[in-house]
Design a protein around this ligand. Structure first.
Ligand SMILES: [Zn+2]
Length: 347
């Protein structure tokens, strides 16, 4: 179950200094910032960038002989550092029934990994979720986060603002395949998105209030989805088009920027099902200076066209949640694709 994070100035430093023995799993950038500020150095310091299950198992094995049940595990960094720490704590619980205290300290608010209980690993190069983590504390250190590039922190908005297009997909699924629906969950999701939209200036400037709004949005969204049982209120066609494009190009994009572009395409295609206007959301993404145009992301129109041509088959092949791309009335012929590209060129 997701826990409420704690906020503070240099709170990561204070927390690390208060620990006994600890393993710190981090990345070079946050470590450089924190290293000289802490007096209580980690017993073990590790950098892990490989999230494949095989490599994580090896990572665990390298600690297994040394660790006793009085260690704490700290993940400080982006999604990779946090998920590596979650994996290690989970594995020690599985193998030795150790309840090692787990601390998660995002150094950047670009993905919600620091809040999700599920542990994301890669198996055969696909993201799979294994095990559950129970962090003792989630630390949001304003000063540490503000050291990260602003454009990356702002990109964190997309995984909650994706609610704006996910809700239209949910209504489509409700009408077309009679999918389970709950009006109060739907309304709560909508208010999370509206709160973010209202905090646009703070998010743009990545102020303490802006960081708080981003984390708050993540927290409420994760809480909502965990309660509901899946990501339906937050994830839909905007993510599916992203996965489809990535499967074609094998390129690595900044998740938030790509989702930003796809939200607009989804809202455009959802027509009367759209719960937010594409103009309003485009204005919001513009206001917070998100780099969501294809040009800014190095996405060619040729690749975007291929993704659009293939996405209807892709969602069926991958057995993804029912969304606008399953609609029989949506015909992705040349004319339709040209029409979408024309819309994208207005960004
Ligand atoms: Zn996402």
């Amino acid at each position: 179950m997701v826990i409420k994070p704690n906020f503070g100035k240099w709170l990561a430093v204070d927390t690390l200094d208060s620990l006994n023995k600890y393993i710190l799993i981090t990345m070079e950038e946050p470590w450089k910032i924190i290293e000289n500020r802490i007096t209580n150095k980690p017993t073990y310091l590790e950098f892990n960038y490989d999230m494949s299950l095989d490599s994580l198992e090896k990572f665990y094995n390298s600690f297994e002989p040394f660790i006793t049940d009085d260690y704490a595990i700290v993940g400080m960094g982006g999604g990779t550092a946090c998920d590596s720490a979650k994996f290690l704590a989970w594995k020690f619980k599985e193998e030795f029934n150790f309840n090692l205290e787990l601390y998660l300290m995002p150094s950047i608010i670009s993905v919600d990994a620091f809040l999700c209980s599920a542990i994301a690993v890669r198996i055969d190069n696909k993201v799979k979720y294994i095990g559950e983590s129970n962090p003792k504390d989630i630390i949001i250190d304003f000063d540490l986060i503000r050291e990260a590039p602003e454009f990356l922190n702002r990109a964190g908005v997309s995984d909650t603002i994706s609610i704006t297009s996910a809700l239209g997909d949910w209504l489509i699924a409700k009408d077309e395949i009679d999918e389970k629906f709950d009006q109060s969950v739907f309304n709560r999701a909508k208010s999370i998105a509206n709160n973010l939209v209202d905090s646009r200036n703070e998010i743009r400037d990545v102020t303490e209030k802006g960081i708080q709004a981003l984390v708050d949005g993540f927290y409420k969204e994760v809480l909502l989805c965990e309660g509901w049982g899946n990501a339906r209120p937050e994830e839909g066609s905007e993510h599916f088009l992203a996965y489809c494009l990535e499967s074609i190009t094998h390129d690595h994009y900044i998740h938030g920027n790509l989702i930003g572009m796809n939200i607009l395409i989804s809202l455009y295609l959802q027509e009367e099902y759209a719960q937010f206007s594409s103009d309003d959301i485009m204005q919001f993404l513009d206001d917070i200076k998100l780099n969501f145009t294809p040009k800014h992301q190095g996405i060619s129109y040729t690749h975007l066209k291929s993704a659009l041509a293939q996405v209807k088959n892709y969602v069926v092949d991958e057995n993804l949640l029912y969304s606008l791309y399953n609609l029989p009335t949506l015909i992705m012929d040349n004319e339709k694709i040209q029409d979408i590209i024309k819309f994208v060129k207005t960004f």
